[in-house]
Design a protein around this ligand. Sequence first.
Ligand code: MG
Length: 378
Amino acid sequence: MRIQRIEVSLVQGKVETPYVTAINPEGTTEVPCIILRMQTDTGLWGIAESNPYPGFTVESPQSVMQVIRHLLGPAVLGMDPCNIIALHSRMDAVVSGNPFAKAPIDIAAHDLMGQHLGVPIFRLLGGSVRDHIPMIWPIGGGAPTANARQATAKISEGYRSLHVKVGALHPDVDVARVQAIRKAVGAGIPIMIDANQGWDRSTAIQTIRRLQAFEPSMVEQPVPAWDIEGMAKVQAAVNVPISADEVLDSGHRAVELIRRDAARVFSIKTGKMGGLMRSRQIAAIAEAAGVPCFVNSMLELGVSVATSLHLAATLPNLVDHGHALMSNLRMKEDILVRNSFQYDEKNILIPEDCKGLGVQIDEEILDRRTLDRFVLKI
Ligand SMILES: [Mg+2]
């Protein structure tokens, strides 16, 4: 089996409610996503999505399009998609880094291999250790009273954990927001905090110590991604696990974070880590060090959610609360055909008998939302 055609589309996603983070305090509404499709000489089509987000990532949707078009795509055309380690070696030989450009090729290759063998991707990764995963609901910016109302509404819808973005506003306001949310939902609902690199070391330590009164389950990326030493100092100074997100983009970083005890949770995103193979490796490094993983998301559509779902199914070392497998639900419109996922309350179910990724794109929606597109072929 050989890869003979690669189609890449830049697709405009829209978030239902502007999403406020320390990276974009104005709130994000338009989210360009990359959809990649790869056809083999046997007629199979593999699909994948990638979600670079400038500010969070070094890469951008435009850079990912260019890197695939001129470097990665030509390098992997003609290769067997089942030789995933060889695919990565070839990709690494033509360009270093660029995980959000490499990820969709890795993911589409896994989809093709799963279809070729007639098994779900999670079986290719070692098999499932669970049949469902609870979803967490994210809360962006807003005032304490609005946040409390939103939290109460989401808990009454059935969500059992919350992900609160901080770091865009003054720490006093963020502390008041978390206090209001905790008061509204009561004890027993895990609340994770995500500062998206919004604090320096001193602000992080002072603010997390104040937040401890409201029992956060973890605090993600309190300081800039470059400041691993600062993360270690923050972790040593507080009684809450620190989660590594923006900083954690490779196995090398995973080892460094563990060696320095700079993070006690790893935030896993298949795009950030260059695809399923690398994400599985990083999760295994975490498991070997006794570090649990949080399955996280970018602002992404259903193909990425399905990818993370297959990965999450296989990880024994997951954080014991909800995971970010709800990103398509916060978008105005997904590009998958309706009912692509099965839910039980606010748990997303692991698909039992699909082949490969097991999701199908709605061609009309893809066409309507496509901003730019190119095709490579042998
Ligand atoms: Mg994060």
